[in-house]
Design a protein around this ligand. Structure first.
Ligand SMILES: N[C@@H](CCC(=O)N[C@@H](CS)C(=O)NCC(=O)O)C(=O)O
Length: 324
């Protein structure tokens, strides 16, 4: 685990000494957009037009942010258009690697490189920054389009519609303001909230993360008892962004990140909602619990120094959800 400085790898864990023990996620560096005609998106440069076979996704099955992009690739019928490389679940002193001694890994399908950091330096040999998944790579211009999952899913939502004919809209214009509001709360208190609890290095930082996390889960239980999805009757990106944290919660975050006040399965509506999303056509195939459980328990040696990978609860995600 580390980061690149001027293109050189430095093996260092997150430094929480300057933030009172709080984990602070750094922002992604590549912010271009694929658009139907190659026009520049809301940020970054233009020139990335939607084309079949041009783009490649680097993901970890373990990572909730990368998982969003795999879900959108499936929901939007992009599997044949956008190829994928899957890293090894262990993220140790070399960061994410393309080792292939774990089922489901693919190696680096484009360059045959050993490490994910090599993809970043391929785009920019002097790069400084964290080496994160997901990465959306452009095979034509040989560079990274984006390494920000929240933006990659919005590209996938619409940029390729004219090619695929799939016009399902998970970010509908009429709901955008409401989606942004819900996304902000869920990102801060749940998606990133579990990380803030788990990576906290002071009691105060942990306490500050855990209370809002469970407040939000309590709120979700009420909201999802009255509404089928976060926005009511229509499934949107807000649901898929929430799902990738809920699906990991009982097996990993509850124990490993000390989010042990309650489990998702203790919240009847949230648990049924999680199963309903899991059972959505194409989604089950994006969930790989072997990678998820192994990654967290084996990679975070500041939290779990003996790297014991525990047994996790048997959960029947295929049980009927009763939510229509
Ligand atoms: N803003 C990024 C965050 C991605 C991210 O933090 N990914 C984690 C894996 S879950 C990672 O690769 N971490 C490696 C590191 O921080 O060095 C996104 O949402 O795309």
């Amino acid at each position: 685990m580390g980061h690149l400085k001027d293109g050189i790898w430095h093996d260092e864990w997150y430094d929480t000494s300057k933030s009172g023990g709080r984990f602070e996620r750094s922002s992604a560096g590549f912010r271009n957009w694929i658009t139907p005609d190659g026009a520049a998106g809301p940020s970054g440069k233009g020139g990335f037009e939607a084309e079949a076979g041009r783009y490649h996704l680097y993901v970890s099955y373990a990572c909730p942010w990368a998982h969003r992009t795999l879900i959108f690739r499936a929901l939007k019928g992009l599997e044949e258009l956008i190829s994928v490389s899957v890293v090894h679940p262990d993220m140790l002193s070399d960061g994410w690697t393309f080792a292939q001694d774990f089922p489901g890994t693919t190696g680096d399908a484009l360059f045959g490189k050993p490490f994910l950091r090599d993809i970043y330096t391929e785009a920019d040999p002097g790069l400084s920054g964290r080496v994160t998944v997901p990465i959306l790579w452009d095979k034509k211009r040989d560079t990274i389009v984006s390494n920000e999952s929240s933006e990659i899913i919005r590209m996938f939502n619409s940029a390729f519609d004219a090619i695929t004919g799939n016009t399902h809209d998970f970010w509908p214009l009429a709901l955008r303001d409401e989606i942004e509001t819900v996304n902000a709360r869920i990102y801060d208190t749940i998606n990133n909230g579990v990380y803030k609890a788990g990576f906290a290095t002071t009691q105060k930082a942990y306490d500050a993360a855990i209370a809002p996390l469970f407040d939000s889960l309590d709120w979700l239980e009420t909201h999802l008892s009255e509404n089928r999805y976060l926005m009511g009757e229509q499934v949107t990106e807000a649901d898929w962004r929430l799902f990738t944290t809920l699906i990991r919660f009982d097996k990993v975050y509850h124990g490993h990140f000390k989010c042990n006040k309650r489990m998702v399965k203790d919240y009847p509506a949230v648990w049924a909602y999680t199963r309903a999303l899991y059972q959505w056509p194409g989604v089950r195939e994006t969930v790989n619990f072997d990678h998820i459980v192994r990654h967290y328990y084996y990679s975070h040696d500041t939290i779990n120094p003996h790297r014991i990978v525990p047994v996790t609860p048997d959960l029947d995600f295929d049980a009927p959800h009763g939510r229509g």
